[in-house]
Ligand binder design. Structure first.
Ligand code: PPS
Length: 340
């Protein structure tokens, strides 16, 4: 990525970030036109993401964080893999449906599984696995048809992505995203946010937090909504009527599943089923056993719409409404639901 596409935050902004996000030891840099915020070591990967070779059978699940990615990955993976619930229950989702830019987010002090590192070194003997892309290799080598997760905005992905493969974009109302991200950032080793919710809202409203900002991500997706290879789903619609949304996916992915098969997918991916599976450690994962023990897992947390009302005081609501204005026209166009 050329230098003009990487922006640094001011020294004061970096200091504030590091004070509240203990995991962001090196601070953040803003990448590309959407100013997507990632740790500085991600600069080594941006060219690789921009030039990643997607193929026709791939399905990309592209989302702003905490919008329903994991749920949709599990749905799409099972739909694309003939409802292979046996493999799904044995192999961790981050192996079956790799996270494209995980190397950029992965805390450098946490171990990846040794055989993944060995396999990486056998193909790239002269590269440091931490900076070479062990997780990127997982995405490259995943079984076809590949289901690939990314939180990168469109401008950091290959320019011809939608001409190459199908993209499912999942969006969720920003108030629930903000609450969910607050919890996620507080528990993740990547971020280790130590403030309370009002502190987090301050970072959110300044658009300064890992993988932000929200509106630029949404705008880049919304502009593409008419493309034949693009499907936008809303988390709230999925909560409201999963059968209807699975039918839309079935048509979009051309998976030709029967109503009964869609019912099985819906059942396998209910919140309670996914929550109970998330409590057990998959024997096949990206991390070493030691690292797994150290990590808290909260991908499947509460799974509701409207939980934000328990967090937003009138004062926070005023701040948030000011921030909403940054969305411009797109705020009026996107049909977010805040309660169902
Ligand atoms: S991540 O970490 O960015 O990939 O998170 P992501 O998967 O996008 O979003 C996490 C939120 O999705 C909820 N979730 C679900 N909701 C309903 N049904 C199912 N099956 C499901 N699986 C995950 C999860 O609980 C997070 O939302 P919150 O509001 O935090 O509970």
């Amino acid at each position: 990525m050329s230098e003009e596409n990487v922006k640094s935050l001011t020294e004061e902004e970096q200091q504030k970030l590091k004070l509240y996000f203990l995991g962001l030891r090196q601070g953040l840099v803003a990448l590309g036109p959407s100013e997507h915020l990632l740790p500085p070591h991600s600069v080594a990967f941006t060219k690789k993401y921009h030039e990643f070779r997607f193929c026709e059978s791939d399905v990309v699940i592209a989302t702003f964080p905490r919008s329903g990615t994991t749920w949709t990955q599990e749905i799409v993976w099972t739909m694309k893999n003939g409802l292979d619930f046996e493999t799904a229950s044995k192999v961790s989702l981050n192996i079956r449906s790799p996270f494209l830019e995980f190397d950029s987010l992965h805390p450098l002090h946490i171990d990846l599984r040794e055989d993944l590192v060995t396999s990486f070194l056998s193909r790239h003997p002269n590269e440091d696995p931490r900076f070479g892309g062990v997780c990127l290799q997982l995405a490259e080598l995943a079984h076809t048809p590949r289901t690939i997760k990314t939180h990168l905005p469109f401008s950091l992905l290959p320019a011809d992505l939608l001409e190459t493969c199908k993209v499912v974009y999942v969006a969720r109302n920003p108030r629930d995203v903000c609450v969910s991200l607050y919890h996620h950032m507080s528990t993740l080793a990547i971020a280790e946010f130590i403030g309370d919710f009002p502190d987090f809202v301050n970072f959110w409203c300044c658009d300064q937090y890992l993988m932000g900002p929200f509106w630029n991500h949404l705008k880049e997706a919304w502009e593409r909504r008419q493309h034949r290879n693009f499907l936008i789903l809303f988390y709230e619609d999925m909560k409201e009527n999963i059968t209807r949304e699975l039918k839309r996916l079935n048509a979009f992915l051309e998976t030709g599943l029967s109503e009964d098969q869609l019912r099985q997918v819906a059942e396998y991916t209910t919140f309670s089923q996914m929550k109970s599976r998330s409590q057990t450690v998959s024997p096949i994962s990206t991390y070493s056993a030691r690292a797994i023990k150290e990590m808290r897992r909260d991908h499947v947390r509460k799974g509701t719409t409207g939980n934000w009302v328990n967090y937003f005081t009138p004062e926070l609501e005023t701040k948030f409404q000011l921030w909403m204005k940054k969305g411009g026209e797109v705020v009026k166009e996107i049909p977010f639901k805040y309660q169902i």
